[in-house]
Write a protein that binds this ligand. Structure first.
Ligand SMILES: *Cc1c(COP(=O)(O)O)cnc(C)c1O
Length: 381
């Protein structure tokens, strides 16, 4: 069991034998493949992966191996990544604001699906994208609760503006579609229900029969103890409301999960650098590292604490104040983090469900953020 080992049984085996000083990101390919199959079997339409949530090549390769054939890209870099790793996959370019150079790049790479939420951006697409076989999907927003984060704050036309955009798309000869994003880590199936009903109203008002309805991402991953995401309940609501709302005009459905596909396939092991004043814990990773998202949508409390020999700390859990390693005072996890009372300096604090929006937001601020990576058969400690 030396350094040359490339696949470890689980994080515990790695931590106790290597005693890493830097944070370690553990990836379980079997988990991402199983999750992909769960979407492919359960979602009533095309499953695409939102690359931005984790553009790791090992993630994309395992999704392709599991049968994912479509990708939601937001930049020229992501488009090139997918063209290289999955040359035949469908690419949906669903960042609704693009420079002319970016549009030309996508056209040259054979991208045939674009989202839009404003008249000025639609005019750019109409001018640069060949009409033949290309889809333009109108993105709208609703004031809907249920997600951990308000995506409508940046993108999405009002329902009223979406009617006009959809008419313009159809008149210009593109394949007309509608899309929305209910907001990330959305645990309420009714958020999708409300959006789908409104999409049907928009299509009726525009007198346009849409070819596809892209119900976005937002599918939750497992972040809070005991709150296991019920993806199948969300799929069932989407399926039922699509039929009820569109009837005979039901469009083909597309989804573009990021977090829902990759989130639970990774955990991060951080190490306690210092434990002061009985309840101030300093970790070697924080808000400027792979734990950035905690400051946006709250902490993950699926935590295991191991001593350096790999034994579980089993003390009673009490909320502690947890800081990251940088010298910036905002580098603190929000609220109190439940940690065992027998925690000690040198221990490993392992957060599950860390696959999405972690590697991509990890920075090297203050010289930290040197995230090591390891592949494991199982994430169970
Ligand atoms: C970020 C994003 C996604 C993925 O969102 P998740 O909440 O990670 O599923 C999907 N579609 C679009 C357009 C996005 O911007």
């Amino acid at each position: 069991m030396g350094l040359s080992k490339t696949i470890w049984t689980n994080p515990t085996e790695f931590l106790r034998s290597q005693n890493p000083e830097n944070p370690v990101l553990f990836f379980a390919p079997q988990v991402v493949q199983a999750t992909a199959r769960r979407f492919l079997n359960g979602f009533p339409g095309l499953v695409t992966y939102a690359v931005k949530s984790n553009p790791g090549e090992e993630v994309v390769e395992n999704l392709v191996a599991a049968g994912i054939r479509g990708f939601d890209c937001a930049s020229s870099f992501e488009i090139d990544l997918i063209r290289r790793l999955a040359p035949d996959a469908a690419i949906h370019y669903n960042n609704p604001v693009r420079s002319l150079t970016e549009i030309d790049h996508a056209v040259a790479r054979g991208v045939r699906s674009y989202s839009v939420d404003s008249a000025s951006e639609l005019a750019k697409l109409i001018a640069r994208v060949p009409v033949q076989g290309c889809e333009i999907s109108v993105r709208f927003k609703l004031p809907v609760a249920g997600a951990a984060y308000n995506f409508g704050a940046k993108f999405g036309a009002t329902a009223e503006a979406a009617v006009d955009l959809l008419k313009t798309v159809a008149k210009a000869g593109f394949i007309p579609s509608i899309t929305f994003h209910p907001g990330t880590q959305c645990t309420d199936p009714n958020a999708w229900g409300s959006y789908i009903r409104e999409a049907a109203v928009i299509a009726r008002k525009a007198v346009v029969k849409i070819a596809r309805l892209n119900v976005g991402g937002g599918f939750p991953n497992y972040r809070a103890v005991g709150v296991v995401p019920d993806l199948e309940a969300i799929f069932a609501t989407i399926n039922r409301v699509a039929s009820e709302s569109f009837g005979a005009d039901r469009p083909a459905l597309v989804c573009e999960p990021g977090r829902g596909l990759c989130g639970d396939a990774f955990c991060v092991a951080t190490r306690v650098k210092g434990f002061r004043d009985h309840n101030h814990v300093f970790l070697n990773d924080g808000i400027y590292g792979s734990l950035f998202e905690f400051s946006q949508i709250g902490i993950i409390d699926r935590i295991d604490v191991l001593d350096p020999q790999g034994n579980h700390r089993t003390g009673a859990l009490h909320g502690k104040i947890v800081f990251g390693p940088t010298c910036d005072s905002v580098d603190r996890l929000p609220g109190d983090v439940p940690l065992p009372d027998d925690l000690q300096e040198g221990d490993y604090v392992v957060f599950q469900g860390m696959g999405a929006y972690s590697t991509v937001t990890n920075s090297r601020f203050n010289g930290f953020g040197d995230l090591a990576r390891s592949t494991v058969l199982s994430l169970k400690l």
